[in-house]
Design a protein around this ligand. Structure first.
Ligand code: ADP
Ligand code: MG
Length: 346
């Protein structure tokens, strides 16, 4: 069936639904950051703010090094770039052990851990279904996949089919067609790496954001914790749900209200439930995770988004995950914060 009446929720490939609220402070409005750098990467945008720039470091130097780092990570992990390291692995339809670079191996291993933790709710081998539903690098077909096609795709995925050998940093696909998609974790890893780069240059106070995934260190320009606004989940006007004062922490969000398409009133999210092969449909509007690394926060946000507000909340409590759930109700939204989230903000 061809979908008519399609509304793309967003031209962005990833969600950016966090507003940095520090500008709202009257006192901060007059001060400008010594480094405030935004550009496009990974089919989305990034923003870096530095509150204190050491005299020995020029903004030009930082920008150049950040751009180089991000371009390099893209060359490892993009599924949009046919010659990236990941695309070459995806194209290699063999059961051979394959050598993998350190950045890619790190991200694949972390992805595997989150898959195990979430009993497969998070699964980077879900890529073919992401593409099938029109959210991947392939041109959007506007075709609602038939159940038989979905079922057939389900037989060629599963994180358990990716094996690791830590000794020589190699991986092996037990199913030759296995296709890996790091869209739900690579942005987080990139944020962490940009943070490390800034720290190596002697920068102690910064905010790094890529496609809505953030790392916050030290203080903002007003010498206060960074103020991060979690947006109210709605596709229309951007409104603030909650402002969080944060330092020395990472934050990621997943939500279904910006990247989706709609067919005759039914909304299809870009988050796929690997157990059904279909976009998630439950009433969890968005989820925000606080963690020590952005990579973990990014992947956990998608994992709990798939699990939903009940199973996801249970897992958050069990594993001490700091998670804020925003749930749709008939007359608005309700919030549910895990104990760990409440404790982190205290
Ligand atoms: P969000 O901010 O909503 O989490 P991301 O861009 O971080 O958005 O992650 C969504 C992307 O993750 C999708 O576009 C898809 O490529 C991929 N994805 C979808 N479902 C899953 C899943 N269950 N496990 C891992 N990755 C997924
Ligand atoms: Mg994410």
């Amino acid at each position: 069936m061809y979908l008519n009446n399609i509304k793309r929720g967003s031209v962005l490939l990833t969600l950016v639904f966090l507003l940095v609220a520090c500008q709202q402070q009257q006192s901060a409005a007059k001060k400008t950051y010594p480094l405030h750098y935004s550009d496009a990467i990974f089919g989305t945008t990034f923003t870096i703010k530095v509150s204190n720039l050491p005299d020995s470091v020029s903004t030009k130097e930082v920008r150049g090094q950040v751009k180089q780092l991000l371009d390099n990570l893209n060359a490892h992990m993009s599924t949009y770039q046919p010659d990236s390291e990941l695309s070459v692995i995806n194209a290699n339809q063999s059961n051979d052990w394959l050598s993998v670079s350190t950045p890619l191996y790190t991200v694949l291993k972390q992805a595997q851990k989150i898959s195990e933790l979430s009993s497969g709710a998070f699964d980077i081998t879900v890529g073919p279904l992401v593409n099938l539903w029109g959210f991947g690098p392939d041109p959007i077909s506007f075709v609602a996949p038939a159940d038989t096609v979905i079922k057939q795709h389900l037989t060629t995925l599963g994180y358990q089919n990716l094996l690791f050998n830590d000794k020589n940093q190699t991986i092996k696909k037990t199913i030759a067609e296995l296709y890996l998609d790091l869209s739900a974790i690579a942005k987080g890893y990139a944020v962490d790496q940009v943070g490390l780069l800034l720290e190596s240059l002697g920068i102690t106070d910064y905010m790094v954001e890529i496609g809505g995934e953030l790392k916050l260190k030290g203080h903002n320009i007003s010498n206060k914790p960074w103020r991060i606004a979690v947006e109210k989940p709605s596709a229309g006007n951007r409104m603030i749900q909650k402002v969080l004062p944060l330092s020395d922490i990472s934050l990621a969000t997943s939500g279904d209200y910006r990247n989706y398409f709609e067919l005759e009133g039914v909304r299809f999210s870009h988050t796929i439930d690997p157990r059904t092969g279909k976009p998630i449909t439950h009433k969890l509007a968005s989820i925000t995770i606080l963690s020590d690394t952005t990579m973990k926060a990014d992947a956990l946000a998608t994992a709990l988004m798939v699990l939903g507000s009940e199973q996801g909340f249970e897992l958050a409590e069990q594993q001490n995950i700091a998670a804020l759930f925003i749930i749709k109700t008939d007359d608005g939204f309700v919030e549910k914060a895990s104990s760990s989230f409440v404790a982190r903000l205290r």
